[in-house]
Write a protein that binds this ligand. Sequence first.
Ligand SMILES: C[S@@+](CC[C@H](N)C(=O)[O-])C[C@H]1O[C@@H](n2cnc3c(N)ncnc32)[C@H](O)[C@@H]1O
Length: 299
Amino acid sequence: MNSVTVALAIYGLESELERELIYRNIRFEKHDRLYFLDTDYRPLFAQATWIACQKISITSIGDGIKKLKALGKNWALFSIGNRRRAQLIQEGLPTIKTDPIPFLAQAPKYTMGGWTLLDATTIICSPQTTSRYPLGKTEFIENKTVPPSRAYLKLWEFFTIHCPPPAPKTKVIDMGACPGGWSWVLSQLNLEVISIDKAPLDPTIAKSHNITFLQESAFGLDPKKISGVEWLFSDIICYPERLLALVKKWITESSVQHFVCTIKFQGEADFAVIDEFLKIPNSKMVHLYHNKHEVMWWK
Ligand SMILES: C[S@@+](CC[C@H](N)C(=O)[O-])C[C@H]1O[C@@H](n2cnc3c(N)ncnc32)[C@H](O)[C@@H]1O
């Protein structure tokens, strides 16, 4: 196959990538967790995608190093075979930064390439990938003391990589807020936060001066009764169809302009409902590095 694109499957979610490619009628060839595609497609269920791939013949390790260096500055290896040889080539390339980053870190200046050794004399590579971090791994310098759950890392990643946060004092609503990781992030950004959950919020988070907590179901809330909200966040555990109906209700009946929601799948991912979300104007969707069997949709 003449591969144009190579997608790195998310560990443990390889079957979702395969289902997605079949659903979209995209032919693929699988090499370990790398999926070689014959078309330019950036899958949702990929940790990173290598765009505009090239096949290069090499005569030696030194030749591989020279040819990769000529094509780009940053290279991350995903090994599928000839591991020792591949490692020696990687060691001859400029060292890439793998240190955890702080929340809202500036994006690295240079693009991140991806490469693999298909056999002893063939490199498949792309100097451009969908992530500026090696193989899409976006690790943060974590706060292990305050946030009551690791869910806060999803919002950190979202605001750091995909979309700048709202301006301070903006009124936002956080649905499915318990125990309070997202509400903590939003409150730290000096937003005016209304947190909703059927379960109680962690007491430390609940006492933040800019958080108002309503202990009730998000589905029972009347959008017309909550004025001035500009952003709606949802990490509610519910069926995707139920979330879609909630989003549509808030689009038509409230002042909310921006939506950031986790779509959680109980069994296999439902691509028909994913497409329904994507039909909403200005929609975007990504599988975050910190998402599990779920994706982030925003508008
Ligand atoms: C994954 S947790 C959210 C984690 C949270 N974002 C955090 O950062 O700590 C999902 C939450 O959805 C809540 N939930 C489920 N059904 C709900 C409903 N009808 N209304 C509001 N919250 C609901 C659950 O109580 C649970 O706390």
